[in-house]
Design a protein around this ligand. Structure first.
Ligand SMILES: [Zn+2]
Length: 234
């Protein structure tokens, strides 16, 4: 995708983040990788008010900001940490999702409860204890936690989701909030049943190429046996 295309995508998903109520005011930030650069939302703007050309270009390796650009989001170090540590990642979204914050700040960890949360977020979700927002200490903690995960929960702060593109990072941002909301409701209702390690393992394998091939080969021979009530049945 061209840099213009990426700038338009940033605007599109920034608005979706607002629509999904994953941030309020000037909270949250979004970025994508373009070659050796990161395009990140500027500081002090509500995500809905940022136009395509206001996204700030930052060199991922050197941290240098393009001349004449606006000031990048104050969480810029956290985004840089993700791109530097995970070369395959092309999008980072940070939200202040309310159910995630409520759950994680009340001493709960987000646990596997249903298929979507495993398929979108994976088995490993690091939960970081509170560290002052925007600081290098927070960025360092994110850098240490980020290998091998799709999502990092920041207690008393919010959540970071990663993706191969903005759409994937956005889906994950929605999925982590939905998972937290469901766990929150289930905890209020009683004692939720979480998926065990074997159930999680089976869900993880659903995404594999081998499983997809197996599923396609089974489609031709798969028939549901329908029991009929017979003649005169109700
Ligand atoms: Zn934040």
């Amino acid at each position: 995708m061209t840099v213009c295309g990426l700038r338009s995508e940033l605007v599109k998903y920034a608005r979706r983040i607002l629509e999904e109520k994953l941030v309020t005011g000037a909270g949250g930030n979004i970025s994508t990788r373009f070659e050796s650069l990161m395009l990140i939302s500027p500081s002090g703007f509500s995500l809905e008010d940022v136009s395509p050309d206001e996204y700030v270009e930052v060199n991922i390796e050197t941290g240098e900001i393009a001349p004449g650009a606006l000031r990048p989001s104050s969480e810029v170090l956290m985004h840089l940490a993700c791109y530097r540590r995970r070369p395959e990642i092309r999008a980072v979204i940070h939200t202040h999702a309310p159910y995630v914050i409520a759950l994680a700040s009340s001493g709960h960890d987000l646990k596997p409860m249903f298929a979507d949360s495993i398929i979108y977020l994976g088995r490993r979700i690091p939960h970081l204890d509170y560290i002052t927002v925007t600081t290098p200490e927070l960025a360092l903690a994110v850098e240490e936690a980020v290998p091998g995960c799709e999502c990092i929960i920041l207690r008393n702060h919010g959540v970071i989701t990663l993706g191969e593109n903005l759409k994937q990072a956005f889906w994950r941002a929605c999925s982590v909030e939905e998972s937290a909301r469901i766990q929150f409701m289930a905890t209020l209702l009683g004692k939720p049943r979480f998926l065990d390690a074997e159930e999680v393992g089976r869900l993880e394998s659903l995404g594999s190429e081998q499983y997809r091939r197996q599923l396609l080969s089974q489609m031709k021979d798969f028939h549901v046996k329908v029991e009929t009530g017979g003649e005169g049945g109700k």
